[in-house]
Write a protein that binds this ligand. Structure first.
Ligand SMILES: Nc1ncnc2c1ncn2[C@@H]1O[C@H](COP(=O)(O)OP(=O)(O)OP(=O)(O)O)[C@@H](O)[C@H]1O
Length: 257
């Protein structure tokens, strides 16, 4: 493990009952990069993201985050490490009965140690950071547009001064313009806060607009990792379909210009 790497997965295996999802998976996420994970449906992208945050156990190998081995952390050390990342789940996953304010304040209250005044100030700062208006704080998730839900979920994921942000399909369900706005926001937040971002996505426009590198999952392992142009050159059926369909060729052509 080097300081250059925010996350290191070595020889990792995960499974659900008899079904192995990953076997002998190696992956290094560089500190400060935006890494996108792509792969066919069921290739284990979401499971890998969940394994990286300890929501799915890895049954073999080691996952190190910010220098600590996930499996060996206990008690306060585990709690302290968990404060150093945030996760945006698919569909935003806001608490539907809570206002935007209470959703963003939730992790702050959960971890404790902050006064109500601190929480109010922090929530207001996070709202501003993700481009939501103060008045939006009092809305319920059902009163928000799809793009606003994602922004509120991003604000919640950033609530604890996260150093790593895990995003699962952040632009799914958004129209192309709203998705492009979210990409811009992600790039701004990444630049301003200096975050490491690990993102699962099927959205090639979004991947091209935001990612430093792309890891392709196949058969339980990382098939290849590199820049979009590098990865697109790999001879593999999924890579051909994903990167060299009509949309992929348009994105690659735009990158070449
Ligand atoms: N909680 C679970 N219990 C049992 N099997 C699961 C569970 N979660 C995922 N799986 C299985 O693990 C495999 C990988 O699933 P995962 O959701 O990680 O794939 P994915 O690459 O993210 O797929 P998609 O692109 O369709 O979202 C699939 O075969 C899936 O059915």
């Amino acid at each position: 493990m080097s300081a250059e790497h925010a996350i290191v997965c070595r020889d990792v295996a995960t499974r659900f009952g008899p079904h192995w999802v990953h076997r002998h998976l190696d992956l290094e996420v560089r500190a400060g990069e935006i890494l996108s994970i792509v792969g066919g449906s069921g290739s284990g992208k979401t499971t890998l993201l969940r394994a990286m945050v300890g929501l799915v156990p890895h049954v073999e190998g080691e996952i190190r985050i910010l220098g600590s081995s996930l499996a060996q952390l206990r008690g306060r050390a585990a709690v302290a490490l968990r404060r150093r990342w945030g996760m945006l789940f698919q569909q935003g996953a806001l608490f539907s009965a809570l206002t935007v304010f209470e959703n963003i304040a939730f992790p702050m209250r959960e971890w404790g140690g902050l006064s109500e005044r601190d929480i109010r100030e922090l929530v207001s700062l996070k709202l501003q950071m993700v481009g939501l208006r103060p008045a939006d704080a009092y809305k319920l998730p059902a009163e928000l547009s799809g793009g606003m839900v994602k922004r509120a979920a991003l604000a919640r994921a950033l609530a604890l001064e996260a150093e790593i942000l895990f995003l699962d399909e952040p632009t799914s369900g958004l129209d192309p313009i709203t998705a492009a706005d979210f990409d811009d926001l992600l790039r701004d937040v990444h630049r301003d806060v200096g975050l490491t971002v690990v993102m699962v996505s099927h959205d090639l426009d979004s991947i091209a607009a935001t990612s430093d590198r792309i890891a392709v999952l196949s058969q339980g392992k990382v098939l290849t990792i590199g820049s979009l142009q590098e990865v697109a050159e790999v001879d593999d059926p999924y890579v051909r379909e994903f990167f060299h369909g009509e949309r992929g060729e348009r994105v690659l052509k735009a990158l070449r210009c």
